[in-house]
Design a binder for this molecule. Structure first.
Ligand SMILES: Nc1ncnc2c1ncn2[C@@H]1O[C@H](COP(=O)(O)OP(=O)(O)OP(=O)(O)O)[C@@H](O)[C@H]1O
Ligand SMILES: [Mg+2]
Length: 256
């Protein structure tokens, strides 16, 4: 298979995270158009759960290990699937051959870490100019029954497995912000230990660690020799620039 580009779009961009089940339709429309008009080949899209996942997962206690609520897990899965359906439909209407991929049906975790995800269908899709649209989800877990699988963790796994040539994680802020409100231009596994304490938000609705969880996954990816960018996907033109390899903004997470 040819080298893939992986783009994750945060649920913070596609939805209003403060209100359960609230879309940010305007952004979805604009982003779908940017993707449709970029002529990028072998693209894998991943999206976060936003308000279609985090609040409901929290309500059912799915963020904590050891507490099982299969009915709650099923409802959470249905809701993120709903968001996925809306995004796929929007892309298809704009002429992108987008196809849904639901981790609940093709992935297994252990203690919240992704162990296996079937990629044969994803590779066939990209080989055939189809864009797989994968999402953060609830998955079956060997130790915990079910667990939450973040879109950020899917980025890590697929980028390594498919040896991605370009990895971008779009969110609702301009990059990783330091203690003085400035964007940190680059993070390496070495510098991350000093930066990690800055990445917290009290009373966050996010069940996968917000910016801290995201950068932790990307530092793992950097250790495997693959660099990635965290950038603002809600600003017009940023996704196009990333997809075309013209990114000179946001935070780069690199091996050294
Ligand atoms: N130091 C920091 N720099 C940047 N963002 C930070 C920092 N600390 C906390 N955050 C928070 O992290 C948020 C981004 O993470 P969040 O998980 O909410 O978005 P997402 O991953 O795009 O959404 P989803 O998890 O639904 O896909 C920002 O909106 C910001 O509030
Ligand atoms: Mg997140």
């Amino acid at each position: 298979m040819s080298e893939v580009t992986i783009l994750k779009i945060g649920g913070s961009v596609l939805t209003d995270k403060r209100e359960e089940g609230k879309l940010n339709q305007d952004r979805i429309t604009k982003i779908a158009k940017e993707i449709a008009s970029s002529d990028v080949q072998n693209l894998i899209l991943i999206h976060g759960a936003g308000s279609f996942g985090h609040p409901i997962a929290k309500k059912f206690g799915l963020d904590a290990s050891g507490k099982q609520n299969y009915a709650g897990a099923a409802l959470t899965h249905e809701m993120v699937k709903e968001l996925n359906k809306i995004i796929v439909k929007e892309l298809v209407e704009d002429g992108v051959a987008a196809m849904p991929v639901h981790p609940m049906s093709c992935a297994i975790s252990s203690k919240g870490r992704l162990k296996e995800i079937m990629t044969a269908q994803i590779e066939l899709m990209t080989d055939n100019d189809v864009v797989p649209v994968i999402h953060g989800d609830v998955v079956m877990d060997l130790e915990w029954g079910t667990s939450i699988l973040s879109g950020d963790q899917i980025v890590l796994h697929l980028a390594q497995r498919l040896k991605a040539k370009r990895v971008g994680v779009g969110t609702d802020v301009d990059g990783v912000i330091d203690g003085e409100g400035r964007i940190i231009a680059s993070i390496t596994p070495k510098t991350f230990s000093n930066i990690k304490p800055l990445l917290t938000t009290p009373k966050s609705v996010d069940v996968t660690g917000e910016m801290s969880g995201k950068v932790s996954e990307l530092v793992r990816l950097a250790k495997a020799g693959i660099q990635s960018y965290v950038f603002n996907a809600s600003k017009k033109g940023n996704i196009t620039a990333f997809l075309r390899g013209n990114i000179d903004f946001g935070t780069v997470i690199r091996s050294d």
